[in-house]
Design a protein around this ligand. Structure first.
Ligand code: PEP
Ligand code: MG
Length: 889
């Protein structure tokens, strides 16, 4: 059997249909489908995507049999249109367009008006009764064909046209009549002959094969390749080529062309929405050379436009178009983006596809279409992209805002904010108290900046990646943040920040777009987040479907409350060191770290204990009855070591220890590689009294809340940075002993679990041993990524961009889990842990817990829960539902 390479459509029948997107491309499949529905589609044929694949396999040669099939399709097209290719009296003209499986707008090439030559142009002139139109079409064709197929750049033609206008004293193209165009065409042809060494092809079939080859070749052009890479479209998909009878929207005042959406793509409202141009070709709308008019009377009134709407200019066509639009939407069960042309009072449909939409529109469309009975709940859930949800949860920059970009960095925490520049946290706090909106601009942030970060509307740093301190804390707080903006030169002493030759000063107003990673000059227009009833409704549907529980990473009462408001099922990571970031506590924490004896440490710990207990009490109250994972102290020490003489003096004042002694101790504690240094459970092993104080505070607080509310929290005590079973065993013994002590003292008890963070490769590999001592595992994929890849979390920004560009890592591995590397360690950890302890609870609390693509992976692996920053909880809830639904498909 010979392969079918070519599929006919139009004239009431089609070989293909909408289900054949892979073979016919989106455009071809939908044209076939529309023709099947009996809609007015100009007939044509589609050369399949398989031909594209063979074309490249055979080094740009076509498969055997293709030419015969194209010949047959062309003959069929002639019959359907009653026109003949190359016929002088009644010429068939076609468009040749690309069309891949996924829409790749504007990335590949198109040729219109193909079939015109010196003779058929004259035929078209007679047939249309408009010589100017015919010769204008011919010159457009020559120009487009030469640029796409013959590699003659556009400016060659532009120069000719400009010279012609100048020497004939003409200003606008519209002033050129048929004879003028003929003269211009002669010059065009000469220029092509000179450049190419052969004349412009006059034979329509030669033109056709030239255009087909050019469209297939454009699949590999740089633009298309980049677009594919950015949008995860495999090269192997290939493009189809659609050859379709031309219809002309520029055949006089009863002709028009336009695009429309079946509902408003900006808001999702149910109203027909679009633009059109009278007497124009589709390309004129796209090129923006003329401003299109609104399609409906209502929209025209809304815009206070002077233009005549299509509804008024062509009422019958408008009615027919709205009926077609409604049919298409019902048929495809989604909002459609359609292209149409009116040729001398007759409507033709040129394209339909699912329309791109804002997050707000996606939400409204999904919920309303489900209510209308057009789609099921499952489909409604799938219609909202979890990654888009961020846009709904934070204020965002208005789409029509003008952006004057000062610097670009990493989009570390979404949302947008306007404020004046400050370089110092203390100043940020003071100004915020005075009611000023401030933006904290720093080289990098450290725990001491916590108050400044909180006071600021947004944070910008020159250093640091997606999991740097600034990024993690900003996301946790829901502050927009741009990190790693390496071009920033900050001189906080002088109060200036430079990027190249541009300078901004303390107090200057900037806007931070955390979603795009941009810092903009001045105050830019914003739109507030939308938390309508539809949002709640869709999230409830998602909750009904998901299997993964979604917890939050939270350590302050505010974060915990936000997490509950966003529907968290508990807390999956309470970083206790973050509780020490408070300005009043840092000196006490420093006292503890700098103490050179157990006695000195215990003195500081006694001061910290009541604070810790009251922190836990508040959090347990907010999370009453839900699981709360408390991680014992884990900071890389440098985060807490004093940096300045003033810091040391403050500790000396509070602790009564001599300044010199403290300074010497600080030098002693300095580490060259703190991330791999004295942190995590290594602190608990060397100074067990720290973990004991924390465990006591946890159990006392839990008992208090249980007594007070009648609802005990489900306490999970977590030991960080475990590498060996013995480490966990020692720490577990301490925690259990402390629990027993507190229970005896209080004559009451609660259930609790003790578990390990799996965030070192060794821990994943030895998960079987570790599970002997663990009630649960929580994968700390931030450190696991850092240690498995050997890439420092804080220094990655400098080179990871290049790594992504060169496709070494497809995505930032600190944002989306490296499935086959770090992911493999997670799989191994789960399997080995479960083999020893089948009821082992499994979760993840690295930043990946809030990333949709990573959540699909965690569903696959079968974790029990993910934990992420509070503002990402809704994203994770929706992504967890998608994970289940996609797996089922
Ligand atoms: C991790 O390493 O993934 C984690 C959650 O811990 P932290 O980010 O606090 O090191
Ligand atoms: Mg960690």
């Amino acid at each position: 059997m010979t392969t079918k390479w070519v599929y006919d459509f139009g004239g009431g029948a089609s070989d293909g249909d909408a289900s054949m997107k892979n073979l016919l491309g989106g455009k071809g499949a939908n044209l076939a489908e529309m023709a099947r529905l009996g809609l007015p589609v100009p007939p044509g044929f589609t050369i399949t995507t398989e031909v594209c694949t063979v074309f490249y396999d055979l080094r740009k040669k076509y498969p055997a049999g293709l030419d015969a099939q194209v010949e047959a399709a062309l003959a069929m097209l002639e019959t359907k249109t009653g026109k003949t290719f190359g016929d002088t009296n009644n010429p068939l003209l076609v468009s040749v367009r690309s069309g891949s499986r996924a829409s790749m707008p504007g990335m590949m090439d198109t040729v219109l008006n193909l079939g015109l030559n010196d003779e058929t142009a004259e035929g078209l002139a007679v047939l249309s009764g408009d010589r100017r139109f015919a010769y204008d079409s011919y010159r457009r064709f020559i120009q487009m064909y030469s640029s796409v197929v013959l590699d003659v750049p556009d400016d060659v033609f532009e120069h000719i046209l400009d010279d012609y206008k100048e020497s004939n004293d003409l200003r606008f193209d519209t002033e050129l009549g048929a004879e003028s165009w003929r003269e211009v065409i002669e010059q065009y042809k000469k220029a092509i002959d000179k450049r190419r060494g052969r004349p412009f092809p006059q034979e329509p079939k030669d033109q056709l094969w030239g255009a087909i080859g050019a469209v297939f070749s454009s699949w590999m052009n740089d633009r298309a390749a980049t677009y594919r890479r950015l949008n995860d479209i495999p090269q192997s998909w290939g493009t189809a080529v659609n050859v379709q009878a031309m219809v002309f929207g520029n055949m006089g005042e009863s002709s028009a062309t336009g695009v429309a959406f079946t509902r408003d793509p900006g808001t999702g409202e149910k109203r027909f929405y679009g633009e059109y141009l009278l007497n124009a070709q589709g390309e004129d709308v796209v090129a923006g050379s003329r401003t299109p008019a609104p399609i409906s009377r209502a929209r025209q009134a809304e815009l206070k436009s002077d233009d005549t709407s299509l509804e008024e200019a062509m009422p019958a066509i408008y009615k027919e178009l709205t009926e077609v639009a409604e049919r298409l939407e019902t048929h495809y069960r989604d909002m459609q983006d359609i292209e149409f042309t009116v040729e001398q009072g007759v409507l033709y449909m040129l394209q339909t596809r699912s329309g791109k939409r804002t997050a707000q529109a996606a939400l409204k469309l999904a919920v309303e279409m489900c209510r209308e009975g057009l789609i099921s709940r499952e489909e409604a859930i799938l219609r909202l992209d979890p990654a888009q949800l961020d846009q709904l949860l934070h204020p965002a920059i208005s789409e029509d805002a003008v952006r004057d970009i000062f610097v670009k960095g990493l989009p570390a925490s979404p949302g947008a904010a306007v404020g004046q520049i400050v370089f110092d946290s203390a100043e940020a706090v003071l100004l915020a108290q005075a009611g000023k909106a401030v933006i904290l601009v720093r080289m990098e942030t450290s725990p001491e900046d916590i108050n400044g970060m909180h006071a600021a509307k947004a944070i910008v740093t020159a250093r640091g990646g997606m999991t740097s301190h600034a990024a993690v804390v900003a996301r946790g707080m829901g502050r927009p943040c741009v990190c790693g903006a390496g071009a920033l030169q900050i001189d906080s002493e002088r109060g200036v920040v430079r990027v190249g030759s541009r300078t901004l000063r303390r107090g200057d107003v900037i806007t931070v777009d955390g979603a795009k990673g941009q810092v903009l000059v001045g105050a830019v227009k914003m739109v507030e987040p939308m938390m309508t009833g539809e949002f709640g409704e869709l999230m409830t549907w998602a909750d009904g479907v998901r299997r993964l529980r979604v917890r939050a990473n939270a350590e302050t009462p505010l974060d915990a409350a936000t997490a509950r408001r966003f529907g968290a099922d508990g807390i999956g990571l309470c970083r206790t060191e973050h509780m020490f970031f408070d300005a009043a506590r840092i000196p006490v924490v420093r006292e503890m770290i700098l103490a050179d004896s157990e006695k000195g440490r215990r003195r500081a710990l006694d001061k910290l204990a009541p604070m810790q207990r009251s922190d836990f009490t508040e959090i347990f109250r907010i999370m009453a009855g839900l699981p709360v994972t408390i991680r014992l102290l884990d900071p890389p020490l440098h985060e807490f070591l004093p940096h300045t003489a003033a810091d040391i003096a403050e500790v000396a004042r509070q602790s009564g220890v001599a300044i010199e002694l403290l300074a010497a101790r600080a030098r002693e504690l300095h580490e060259s590689n703190p991330m791999l240094g004295h942190r995590g459970c290594r602190l608990g092993i060397t100074y067990p009294e720290i973990y004991e104080m924390q465990a006591r505070a946890v159990f006392e607080a839990a008992l208090d809340v249980a007594r007070e509310t009648g609802k005990a929290p489900v306490v999970e005590v977590m030991i960080p940075l475990v590498a060996t079973r013995r480490e966990l065993q020692l720490m577990r013994e301490r925690v259990v002993a402390m629990a027993e002590r507190v229970f005896q003292e209080r004559k009451a008890q609660i259930d609790y679990l003790v578990g390990a963070m799996i965030e070192l490769p060794r821990a994943a590999l030895r998960a079987g041993d570790i599970a002997e001592e663990a009630d649960f595992f929580s994968f700390g994929t931030n450190d696991l990524t850092q240690t498995a890849l050997g890439i420092s979390r804080d220094d990655a920004a400098r080179f990871l961009k290049v790594y992504e560009e060169r496709a070494i890592y497809e995505r930032d591995p600190f944002v989306t889990i490296d499935r086959i590397g770090v992911g493999e360690l997670v799989r191994i950890g789960c399997a080995r842990g479960l083999a020893v302890r089948p009821n082992l609870k499994l979760g993840v609390c690295g930043e990946h817990g809030g990333d949709p693509a990573s959540i699909y992976f965690f569903e696959e692996v079968g974790l029990d829960y993910v934990s992420c920053s509070p503002y990402r909880v809704p994203v994770a809830r929706l992504a967890a539902a998608h994970a289940v639904l996609k797996k089922a498909r």
